[in-house]
Write a protein that binds this ligand. Structure first.
Ligand SMILES: Nc1nc2c(c(=O)[nH]1)N[C@H]1C(S)=C(S)[C@@H](COP(=O)(O)OP(=O)(O)OC[C@H]3O[C@@H](n4cnc5c(=O)[nH]c(N)nc54)[C@H](O)[C@@H]3O)O[C@H]1N2
Ligand SMILES: Nc1nc2c(c(=O)[nH]1)N[C@H]1C(S)=C(S)[C@@H](COP(=O)(O)OP(=O)(O)OC[C@H]3O[C@@H](n4cnc5c(=O)[nH]c(N)nc54)[C@H](O)[C@@H]3O)O[C@H]1N2
Ligand code: SF4
Ligand SMILES: [Mo]
Length: 767
């Protein structure tokens, strides 16, 4: 792969200032406004922001953190980064057919992710014919016919892959999965395969639910909140308001992270006067500076300490009633921990001291109600699933499941990633869901599981997959092993992207490629049946409506639902008895079907228009666990830790403060004190000394994997940073090239983006 930064001629030298120890407040708001005004006018910025996260406005297209109940919302119920995300969509810049005449695809492939995104909104459908180097305009019907013909020409429906990113609405997601299954395949990979799949796998097995079970009320009422492997100050900023509220009521917080992230330490509330002028609220009562991948060992050691405390003072530590009536496997679990936990291993894996873990135990013993929140630091590890199972063990020990102020909280990424799953975007939906589809639509969906993201890439590589359609997202940048994935994508006969903004997946594409420009969530969606809204589900299972307010970026845009239902109709004709044409006229029709197919959605149309919508019921809250034993399951997990050979480091790839996933907005990472470049690698000063490196040295990052293939990310600037010893950090997606396609989490098949063994090869030493 040619380095995409070269064509833009910047991003080669960072200036570094000390990392911040608090998050949000005035600089945050000012920063958001600066970015917004660079994209659009003051009037449009105001219109956009005042409508975001209001009951009759649109859902923030940023993360999946929930809004407070309607009566408790601020007039400005958004964060700095939400403001940036929505104005990135609301930008007044446009990409027209002229743009594609000017830039050949080969040149677009050399441009950086940031440059591609900055060109503005896509406005007209475009096609790149086989062997051509330019996209050219095509009519909507021509574009959809090309895809339909390609699909119908396949030898098997399983040669097609339908990818979804978590920005898509419930309605679009439901139509896409219906189309794919009616066409005959379960090949429905999604961004979740790379995100919270490990959470889903662990929670399904142990609790019988694929999602979290806490609400905002639980967060407010918890006595202790764990924030593990998560950087809320950047990635879920309004979570800090909820943590602040919990602390105001006397709750405590413990942060477990490889980096001392600003948002974990102290918070200044931007919508409260004291947040603007004061020192803010201290957040973490204890900070555990853990090694990458050390959380499994940490929770095992903590659980053993709790078992020992119970033995020392029987009847005072464990939730015996809860364990006896609601769980299975306790005795085996307890025996397993007694037999296997070795303190030297725990200290080596975590990099913590025994005293720190004992202090944590004491904090736990003082806390009746506990919530554990986590994100990518846990899920994107080889042993991510066992780690989350061990978190569940921890909560079960003291009965912290299914009661007020307690529970599991995997904090979701994309605003509707949880909803997309609920709607059936999953390559392995349970048979009950497929049966319900069959009953509603009178066709038999395929039963065999489809391909997830990693399996899809492998299938494209060896020619089993020939056609790729994407509903939102940026597949070639989000996925691991960039060089390999790019080759996979180029081997497809046809690739088609339903997108709002230009990205690398449009430039690194199949022999024939299509760009299908679509409405963003902030835009008005007018159909034959009148103005439409869509619905989303947040990280806490709240389902609500989102009403677009802005004029669409172009009159040529079609909605996601329109594109998908027209494509389904063209492809399938009357092969299945589905009235696709009615879907685009009124999305109520789709919601009516959803209410018959998806559990918890009865009276969907009536309930979702109430202010704030409704919350999906959680069986766990009713004490029902749909697991193999019919109870919440304690599990026995084998100890595992990440190890790097002498002279190597373990690297995590993470987000800066100024990016949305594969899309950097600027080259800065304000809280971490990095400005002007994303090609930096953060290394602990002691490791730098041991490796004979200094701040500002230039290095290549080379990953070490047993296939012997050299994976190299070139020319990174070394930054001395307080990351846990032995653990380095660099940005995603620039370092995806280093993650081997086969380096995946056990069970969930999630790429191990937070556990890559690397060596730093020095380039030119600065004098
Ligand atoms: N502004 C903004 N918001 C976003 C996104 C965005 O790109 N930009 N992306 C959205 C999406 S899709 C997602 S999934 C979420 C992601 O939200 P996060 O999971 O917060 O995102 P990452 O930047 O990947 O950060 C991972 C955090 O885990 C820590 N960590 C890494 N490895 C370990 C480990 O082994 N143990 C522990 N204890 N900590 C570890 C890292 O130091 C870092 O603080 O954010 C969502 N929100
Ligand atoms: N190394 C490494 N890799 C990772 C991660 C990591 O931490 N490290 N994180 C993983 C995670 S958690 C995730 S979720 C994935 C993210 O993977 P994706 O979800 O595939 O990537 P995004 O960058 O969110 O996709 C951005 C694109 O979506 C399109 N888009 C935006 N809004 C809309 C819309 O409303 N409709 C439509 N149709 N299109 C829209 C735009 O064209 C934009 O360019 O990446 C994963 N990859
Ligand atoms: S916390 Fe997430 S959903 Fe809320 S405004 Fe910020 S980015 Fe948007
Ligand atoms: Mo994600």
């Amino acid at each position: 792969m040619e380095d995409p930064r070269t064509a833009d001629g910047h991003d080669d030298n960072a200036t570094v200032t000390p990392p911040k120890t608090w998050a949000v407040g005035v600089p945050g708001v000012a920063n958001a406004l600066k970015y917004s005004l660079s994209q659009t006018s003051p009037r449009r910025t105001a219109l956009t922001l005042l409508n975001m996260n209001q009951t009759k406005g649109f859902d923030c297209p940023g993360c999946a953190w929930p809004e407070p109940a309607p009566g408790m919302r601020h007039r400005n119920e958004y964060c700095e980064n939400g403001a940036k995300h929505v104005n990135d969509e609301a930008t007044t810049r446009r990409i027209t057919a002229e743009f594609f005449r000017r830039y050949p695809v080969s040149e677009l492939g050399r441009r950086s992710d940031q440059w591609l995104n900055q060109q503005g909104r896509l406005t007209v459908p475009m096609v790149k014919p086989p062997d051509a180097d330019h996209y050219e305009p095509i009519s909507w019907s021509g574009a959809l016919q090309l895809i339909a013909d390609e699909l119908r020409g396949l030898d098997s429906p399983d040669e097609a892959v339908f990818y979804t990113s978590g920005r898509a609405s419930n309605e679009a997601a439901f139509v896409l999965q219906l189309f794919a299954r009616a066409f005959g395949t379960n090949n429905l990979p999604d961004c979740s395969n790379m995100c919270h799949e490990s959470s889903g796998a662990a929670l399904y097995e142990t609790l019988g639910i694929g999602k979290g079970d806490v609400s905002l009320t639980d967060i407010y009422h918890a006595d202790l909140i764990f924030v593990v492997g998560q950087n809320p100050g950047t990635n879920h900023p309004r979570m800090l308001s909820a943590l602040e509220e919990c602390k105001r009521r006397g709750g405590r917080m413990v942060a477990v992270n490889t980096l001392p992230e600003a948002g974990l330490m102290r918070f200044k509330h931007p919508q409260e006067p004291r947040g603007v002028i004061g020192r803010g609220t201290p957040l973490a009562d204890q900070f555990l500076h853990i090694r990458l991948g050390g959380d499994l060992a940490l929770f095992q050691a903590l659980n053993l300490l709790l078992l020992e405390a119970e033995e020392a003072a029987p009847g005072t530590v464990l939730g015996r009633n809860f364990i006896d009536s609601h769980t299975s496997g306790f005795a085996e679990f307890a025996e397993h921990l007694h037999k296997t936990v070795s303190w030297p291993d725990v200290l080596a894996a975590t990099g913590l001291t025994r005293e720190e873990i004992e202090d944590l135990r004491d904090l736990v013993l003082r806390s009746g109600r506990i919530v554990v929140c986590w994100a990518m630091g846990l899920t994107q590890q080889k042993h991510g699933v066992p780690t989350i199972r061990e978190v569940v063990n921890f909560l079960l020990l003291r009965g912290n499941i299914g009661k007020l102020g307690a529970g599991v909280c995997p904090v979701r990424g994309h605003s509707n990633v949880q909803g997309d799953r609920t709607m059936g975007i999953w390559e392995q939906m349970p048979q009950e869901f497929l049966d319900a589809l069959e009953k509603e639509f009178s066709f038999t969906p395929p039963a065999a599981h489809g391909w997830d993201t990693v399996a899809s890439i492998k299938a494209m590589l060896d020619g089993r997959a020939k056609m790729f359609l994407s509903l939102a997202g940026n597949f070639v940048r989000a996925t691991p092993d960039s060089n390999v994935t790019e080759q996979a994508m180029r081997q497809c006969r046809l690739t088609a992207h339903i997108s709002t903004k230009l990205n690398r997946s449009h430039a690194v594409c199949g022999r024939t490629a299509l760009i299908l420009p679509t409405l963003g969530r902030s835009e008005r969606d007018i159909q034959a049946g009148g103005e439409q809204f869509v619905t989303v589900e947040d990280s806490m299972s709240e389902v609500h409506a989102s009403y677009g307010k802005l004029e669409p970026a172009s009159k040529h845009l079609l909605s996601e639902v329109t594109i998908l239902s027209r494509l389904a109709r063209r492809t399938l004709g009357d092969k299945v008895p589905v009235s696709w044409e009615r879907f685009e006229t009124s999305y109520e029709t789709i919601r009516e079907h959803i209410s018959h197919v998806v559990p918890g959605f009865h009276d969907f149309n009536a309930r979702v228009i109430k202010p704030g919508g409704f919350r999906l019921p959680s069986l766990v809250d009713e004490g029902i666990f749909e697991t193999a034993t019919g109870k919440a399951m304690f599990t026995c997990n084998e100890f595992d830790m990440l190890q790097a050979p002498e002279g190597h480091l373990i690297l995590q790839s993470l987000r800066s403060h100024d990016q949305w996933n594969t899309v950097p907005y600027t080259l800065n990472d304000r809280y971490r004190g990095i400005h002007g470049s994303r090609h930096v690698v953060l290394v602990n000063p002691a490791d730098l000394r041991a490796l004979g490196l200094r701040q500002d040295d230039r290095v290549d990052l080379v990953s070490v994997w047993h296939d012997g293939v050299e994976r190299r990310a070139e020319d990174f600037q070394v930054v001395a940073y307080p990351t846990a010893p032995g653990c380095a950090a660099a940005y995603y997606p620039e370092t995806n090239v280093l993650v081997p396609l086969d380096s995946v989490a056990d069970i969930s098949n999630t790429p191990t983006s937070k556990g890559i063994v690397v060596r730093l090869e020095e380039r030119v030493r600065r004098t």
